[in-house]
Design a protein around this ligand. Structure first.
Ligand code: NAD
Ligand code: WQD
Length: 339
């Protein structure tokens, strides 16, 4: 099938905005929908600035079914990339209903509207979090799914929903992309990760400490069985991740059914290695102290990315140094202060 116009839900967000850049550069037309709960409209202006192309953007909630129907009625959508969702693990424990409503009901509203308008091609943002505590590393796609918090369970539920839809109707073309730890920013410094409030994730926290906006990083646990006692993760450059979506779409244009891929590098780094790399890239100190383990954290998590390489011809080619350099360029640009 021919894919020309893509609906990008959550396209103003961190991964969505970088994927919009890749899609526009690959020649696709895009329609972004976002309620800006965790992003700013100015991001899409930046995407236009980077690419020299225009972005159609509609401010709406994916749970608003009439609005969703209008989008499909007014635009000749061929496929959707579905980023819109809430992603803070702690918040999902405190308010699980919010997460089931936003992430699961929201996805259902999207999928039912797609089917109603005869659109059956979708790429879904899943997460390595669906594996929970893996039996071993590297993690393969056929490992058991055992998410350990409500956020992770919303991801598994939407995966389940999509697998069931594909069984019932052979027209579906579905890619489940399980991201490991997205980090980095666009090399222009114009777009990047912009967490509101105190960052939950390591990389933006380190960047804010280096900038001087926060005093010290708390390193959660130094008694894990890892290289230096701190947690090990598979950090993947957001631009590599974004390119993986374009590759997945290309594959879906040729194939029906459900495809599931880990998007990671296959390489793990500890928290202390991340601090060291960021200090070198930024030339700034990142003071830290050891703190107790964060509940629910696993010691080591990294991908076996071989399937995506074999079937999509995709692999991450940006390393840790470039990730840190790009984050620092973004963080020190002040661009995140603009609405
Ligand atoms: P993000 O918060 O930056 O982007 C999500 C976007 O969706 C935001 O712009 C937000 O305003 C929008 N949104 C949320 N709920 C919405 C709704 N009901 N209607 C319309 N728009 C809505 O997050 P991100 O890091 O870019 O993540 C994108 C997707 O990838 C999410 O589904 C997330 O769960 C998943 N994911 C993220 C990570 C990560 O570490 N960043 C890892 C694995 C998976
Ligand atoms: C990385 C490492 C922490 C912050 C989370 C979600 C997961 C996925 C990606 C969406 C761990 C340590 C962190 C800090 C620290 N998101 N750390 N001090 O936990 O691997 O994954 O984001 O799908 O679902 O759970 O990423 O960046 O929070 O932590 O020491 O202030 O850094 O303990 O070892 P995590 P993270």
């Amino acid at each position: 099938m021919q894919i020309n116009t893509i609906l990008v839900t959550g396209g103003a967000g961190y991964i969505g905005s970088h994927t919009c850049v890749e899609l526009l550069e690959a020649g696709y037309r895009i329609v972004v929908i976002d309620n800006f709960r965790n992003s700013k409209p100015s991001v899409l202006k930046r995407v236009e600035e980077i690419t020299g192309k225009t972005v159609v953007c509609i401010e709406m909630d994916i749970r608003d079914r009439p609005a969703m129907e209008t989008v499909f009625a007014e635009h000749a959508i061929d496929a959707a990339i579905h980023f819109a969702g809430l992603k803070a693990v702690g918040e999902s424990v405190a308010d699980p209903a919010l997460y089931y409503d936003n992430n699961v009901s929201g996805s259902l509203a999207l999928l039912q509207t797609m089917a109603k308008f005869g659109v059956h091609t979708v790429v879904f943002s899943s997460s390595a979090t669906v594996y929970g505590e893996p039996p071993s590393v590297p993690i393969r796609e056929d490992f058991p799914l055992a998410p350990m918090n409500p956020y992770g369970r919303t991801k598994r539920m939407v995966e389940d929903m999509l697998r069931d839809l594909a069984v019932a109707d052979a027209r579906w073309r579905i890619a489940l992309l399980r991201y490991f730890n997205p980090a980095g920013a666009h090399p222009s410094g114009l777009i990047g990760e912009d967490p509101g409030g105190i960052p939950n994730n390591l990389m933006p926290y380190i960047a804010q400490v280096a900038e001087g906006r926060r005093e010290k990083l708390s390193v959660f646990g130094n008694d894990y069985e890892t290289v230096d006692g701190t947690g090990v993760r598979d950090y993947i450059h957001v631009a590599d991740l974004a390119r993986g979506h374009v590759k997945a779409l290309e594959k879906l244009a040729r194939q029906t059914g459900v495809l599931t891929y880990n998007l990671g590098t296959g390489q793990g780094y500890s928290v202390l290695e991340m601090i060291d790399a960021f200090e070198k890239a930024s030339g700034r100190p990142v003071p830290y102290r050891f703190a107790p383990r964060r509940p629910g954290d696993v010691a080591i998590c990294y991908a076996d990315p071989a399937l995506a390489e074999r079937e999509l011809g995709w692999r991450a080619d940006r390393g840790l140094e470039q990730m840190c350099r790009d984050v620092w360029r973004w963080q020190s640009s002040g661009n995140d202060k603009i609405r």
